[in-house]
Design a protein around this ligand. Structure first.
Ligand SMILES: [Zn+2]
Length: 180
């Protein structure tokens, strides 16, 4: 197990178009293993190769952490050369990023997506994700095109401000409910 250093906003690599993975070499396997360890150690739900300084089209993700189904909560996806093949609906997502510590933002994402990718065995699979897992996949996918969520967020502020604002909205909503 090896932890890699997470690149932070301001680093040029986070703004670059990443390159297709041509072959799944032992180095790519090692990179994916390290990225999984790094993601877990940082308490993240996804990590893309440029976030550890590698300009390749791959990411790892644990998108079901909040699922009601315990059997899939720690399922990890290794997505090599991913491609979003279908998107439907919209949702507002509260997002943060390991490369932008201390901040959160609100982003419009598709409600449901289909995404195909190659795994470490070289098999191509297609998956469907809805709700939060769809957000995770879109967020990580964007990293491969040099896009950070804060570049496309409607609202972007420190985590503290963001969580306070969410609380205010919830309280307003609760007041409205009781006023009825
Ligand atoms: Zn990110």
């Amino acid at each position: 197990m090896a932890l890699r250093t997470i690149t932070e906003r301001g680093a040029e690599i986070l703004t670059k178009q990443c390159k297709t993975v041509k072959e799944i070499t032992p180095r790519i396997r090692e990179l994916c293993d390290d990225m999984i360890d790094t993601m877990k150690a940082a308490d993240g739900v996804g990590l893309a190769a440029p976030q550890v300084g590698v300009m390749k089209r791959l990411f790892v993700a644990m998108p079901h952490v909040d699922s009601d189904d315990e059997s899939i909560q720690d399922k990890i996806y290794v997505m090599i050369n991913p491609e979003i093949t279908y998107a439907e609906g919209t949702q507002e997502s509260s997002e943060g990023c390991l490369s932008v510590p201390g901040y959160m933002g609100l982003v419009d994402r598709p409600q449901k997506i289909r995404i195909k990718a190659t795994d470490l065995e070289g098999n191509e699979n297609e998956f469907e994700f809805e709700g939060f897992p769809a957000t995770v996949m879109c967020h990580e996918y964007d990293h491969l095109d040099g896009i950070l969520y804060c570049d496309i967020a409607k609202d972007f502020m420190t985590s503290e401000e963001y969580l306070n604002r969410l609380k205010e909205i919830e309280e307003e909503y609760a007041d409205e409910e009781t006023a009825k």
